[in-house]
Design a protein around this ligand. Structure first.
Ligand code: PLP
Length: 394
């Protein structure tokens, strides 16, 4: 009749979406200004002016059939060259346009990459807490998922646990820094540790273990933190990038996959990426936005607002007795639930119209994710609600 597996995915939307829907319904009852919705990672700051200016310029100067027509499946050459030039200038790398495959955002980059790599019996390692869709994407590509918990004190990867999880079936590990949901940014030291471990395991296994670097939050780092460019530390890295967050364009669906020349079987992996994109029916990434990112490369929305939000939220919750790892990047605060059941804590928070996401779906129970890609004003107005919530526990 129909696929039960797909039915299940469609019938049970993500917890995050459920809370987002609840927020809409509740707003209709008590008024939007009285709901403090910290549930969804939808950038609230506008795209920079240069995006709209570029769109106007493109409309005025490009023939419509070029602007809105198909590009080649790998993407527009000028766009791929502009991205390669930008990365080379910024990180001292030596990428060529041929290393890039344009996609409809990070979700497409990940599904295509996983399909391109997966062979029967392959496993992929996810480091919890992780973006819940990874499991859907990896299982959809036919891979078995192995979840490895981060160190509970630091929320950094637990390298011993990763080492134990790797076996002869391990094809890839997904690394997301800056991290959704913890906000943790992996330092150069951490990346070196991970790279050394993976290199050792590759030698033992006699085959590559690909590090899939999921990087939609690359530019969102605060307080001097740096997100090192992972291809410089580990050869077998495939980068899945998106412009959704840095340019505040999540609905426009634009990103890329980067397969560096140094990666084992680079040419074959790139060709498999093309094949996976074809099989999944992507055809080409949205044309107009390929030209937009070509002309706006290196520009970002005003990301300083997130840092301001982070500082206010962290100081508020810490003063009230809650604990959290101070996030160095992305726009999420991962706060320890004061009771073991994070879902029960979220229910309690709802009493004060505070909407958080319990961490169970991120594979790491006992925490809540607070998305601070909201207006600063909303955070200021929510402080009395945080105070009331704290009184329930401390
Ligand atoms: N990866 C992570 C860690 C994310 O948080 C998201 C979206 O929130 C994505 C991938 C998907 O991003 P995109 O909108 O570019 O598909």
């Amino acid at each position: 009749m129909y696929s039960k597996e797909m039915y299940e995915l469609g019938a049970h939307s993500s917890v995050i979406r459920e809370i987002f829907e609840y927020a809409k319904k509740r707003s209709a009852v008590v008024g939007k200004e009285n709901i403090y919705d910290f549930s969804i990672g939808n950038p609230n700051i506008p795209a920079p002016d240069i995006v709209d200016e570029t769109i106007k310029k493109l409309i005025d100067t490009m023939p419509s059939a070029d602007l809105h027509g198909y590009t080649s499946a790998v993407g527009d050459n000028g766009t791929r060259q502009a991205i390669a030039d930008y990365l080379n200038k910024t990180h001292g790398t030596s990428f060529r346009k041929e290393n890039f495959y344009m996609t409809a955002g990070a979700a497409a980059s990940l599904t295509i990459t996983l399909h391109a790599l997966a062979e029967e019996g392959d496993e992929v390692i996810l480091i919890a807490p992780f973006f819940p869709e990874y499991k859907v994407f990896a299982e959809g590509a036919g891979m078995k998922v192995k979840i490895v918990l981060s160190d509970p004190d630091t929320l950094l990867p637990d390298y011993d646990a990763i080492e134990k999880a790797i076996n002869e079936h391990t094809k890839a590990i997904i690394v997301n820094s800056p991290n959704n949901p913890s906000g943790v940014v992996l330092s150069e030291e951490e990346i070196k540790k991970l790279a050394a471990l993976l290199e050792k395991k590759e030698k033992e296994n006699g085959k590559p273990i690909y590090l899939i670097a999921d990087e939609p939050y690359r530019e969102l780092v605060y307080g001097g933190a740096k997100a090192p460019y992972i291809t410089k530390y580990y050869r077998d890295t495939v980068v899945c990038y998106s412009f959704s967050k840095c340019l505040s364009l999540p609905g426009e669906r634009i990103g890329y996959i980067l397969v560096p020349d140094e990666a084992e079987n680079s040419k074959e992996v790139f060709t498999a990426v093309c094949g996976a994109g074809r099989m999944l029916g992507f055809v080409c990434a949205p044309s107009m936005y390929q030209f937009v990112v070509r002309d706006c490369i290196g520009k970002t929305a005003d990301l300083s607002i997130y840092e301001k939000n982070r500082d206010l939220l962290v100081s508020t919750v810490e003063c009230l007795g809650f604990s959290c790892a101070k996030p160095d990047g992305a726009f999420y605060l991962f706060m320890k639930s004061p009771e073991p059941d994070a879902a029960a804590f979220c229910e309690m928070a709802k009493k004060y119209e505070l909407l958080f996401v319990p961490s169970d779906s991120f594979g790491f129970p006992g925490y809540v994710r607070i998305a601070y890609c909201v207006s600063h004003d909303m955070i200021e107005r929510s402080i009395p609600a945080f105070e009331k919530l704290a009184k329930e526990y401390f």
